[in-house]
Design a protein around this ligand. Structure first.
Ligand SMILES: [Zn+2]
Length: 196
């Protein structure tokens, strides 16, 4: 059976990095990117199992500190989405297509990784106000331009409704200074060092 995904950029001879930026600027939405910092362990980290405590209020079970950053990502709901219809469908050769309904495209410089999170939030004056969705990245693939350079990443995501309250709490606890920093595109670290 043929399977398709709507990454219509893939096989087109263009400057993909340039186009990815234009597309992202035009169609992207602001999300918060939560990256596991795999060098600072949370206090709940279990050295034996190499994981965190799932009930940990600090790291939500990842076992690591994380950085949070505002990024633009293109949300695509399904194979017939904004870029999906018509002749530009590209064949995809990896077995992730069953969950095509939940895909985000992120520019390569953000280097998205599996087990990181995207937070869909409401914004006011460029600052995050409330969490709408917590989305775990469960698969990442690279889209390469003609010269083989990675230009854009497709991320299959899983809706983690179970984590919404935890991240709400996190957002509410972030110091104002950290929120301002994020609004300007900077990174904020969680758990915050000003946590009790
Ligand atoms: Zn923890």
């Amino acid at each position: 059976m043929m399977k398709y995904v709507h990454d219509s950029f893939v096989n087109v001879p263009i400057d993909l990095r340039h186009d990815a930026k234009i597309l992202t600027d035009e169609f992207g939405i602001d999300v918060l990117y939560v990256r596991q910092c795999k060098y600072v362990k949370c206090s709940c980290f279990d050295d034996l199992n190499k994981t965190g405590n799932p009930d940990c209020p600090m790291c939500h079970g990842s076992g690591w500190f994380s950085s949070i950053q505002k990024v633009k990502a293109i949300e695509s709901r399904n194979a017939q989405g904004a870029y999906g219809s018509g002749s530009s469908l590209a064949k995809m050769d990896i077995g992730i297509t069953d969950q095509m309904s939940e895909i985000f495209y992120i520019q390569q410089q953000y280097n998205p990784k599996e087990r990181d999170f995207l937070l869909k939030v409401t914004w006011k004056d460029g600052m995050p106000v409330d969490i709408l969705k917590v989305l775990e990245i469960i698969n990442v693939w690279e889209m390469r331009g003609d010269d083989g350079r990675n230009e854009l990443n497709g991320c299959v995501i899983s809706d983690r409704t179970d984590l919404v309250n935890a991240y709400r709490k996190m957002l509410a606890t972030l110091p104002k200074k950290a929120i301002y920093q994020m609004a300007k595109g900077g990174k904020s670290i969680w758990p915050s060092i000003t946590q009790p």
